[in-house]
Design a protein around this ligand. Structure first.
Ligand code: SF4
Length: 233
């Protein structure tokens, strides 16, 4: 798999595989905190728990960090801040899939409480689809061997051809980020048209996937209600 990714022209591999079995690390409340050093699977826990009813609720979910960056160029992208000291900025870079496999398989085998692992927090989940070993097929093949945990794709891509080749996906969720048309046209640069993203979501839904839609961020443009209602319709 590693060789395939190199041959497919993907730009960087950031870490080497390790033969040492990874250890599951649990947090104070008994939930998984991370696997081994947390370089592949780690709980996002940078935000405080809400105390007042008016506090923001930011879930402490598990990140599956298989890659960094994004080929798109949204004006508000927080990755630009996260990777501000990286010379390549948000240019996509990929981790060693043998290490990803080892950590994911250990997690799936050992963790008994059902979890959803998010592959789209520091990357677009569908940015690794064009090589000989597409990420979607690689990761779903691991999750489909069990029925407890699910893998979450978060994307603005419409490159769903590999997902459509997978029959009866039970353990994968695909979440498309959408926005009102004038907002996407002005600030979501290099992304597929919103209509095309909706068409991709429909195809996956009809193929049996659990599909979600995110409207994020909502931008207070003039006539915002009209444009966001159009999006929902
Ligand atoms: S699609 Fe998401 S990760 Fe990619 S540039 Fe836009 S906001 Fe950033």
């Amino acid at each position: 798999i590693f060789e395939n990714y190199l041959e497919s022209g993907i730009s960087q591999v950031l870490s080497k595989a390790t033969s040492k079995p990874p250890r599951i690390v649990y947090g104070d409340k008994g939930s998984v905190k991370q696997v081994a050093d947390g370089s592949i699977i780690k709980r996002f826990d940078k935000t405080p728990y809400p105390v007042k009813p008016t506090d923001v609720v930011c879930p402490h979910f598990l990140e599956l960090k298989w890659a960094y960056g994004c080929p798109f160029d949204c004006s508000w992208c927080y990755l630009k801040g996260t990777f501000r000291f990286r010379p390549e900025g948000i240019k996509p870079a990929y981790k060693d899939l043998e290490k990803v496999k080892l950590h994911v398989e250990t997690f799936l085998h050992e963790v008994e409480t059902p979890e959803i692992l998010n592959t789209g927090e520091i990357a677009d989940s569908l940015m690794g689809e064009n090589g000989d070993c597409p990420f979607s097929k690689f990761i779903i093949s691991l999750f489909e061997k069990q029925n407890r945990h699910k893998v979450l794709f978060v994307t603005k891509s419409t490159n769903v051809k590999n997902l459509l080749e997978i029959t009866s996906p039970r353990q994968a969720i695909v979440s498309f980020s959408l926005n009102a048309k004038p907002v996407a046209e002005k600030w979501e640069k290099k992304t597929p048209f919103v209509k095309k993203r909706i068409e991709a979501a429909k195809k996956l839904f009809e193929a049996g996937y659990e599909v979600r839609i995110r409207m994020d961020p909502m931008v207070p443009i003039e006539n915002w209600e009209k444009y966001y209602i159009q999006l929902i319709d």
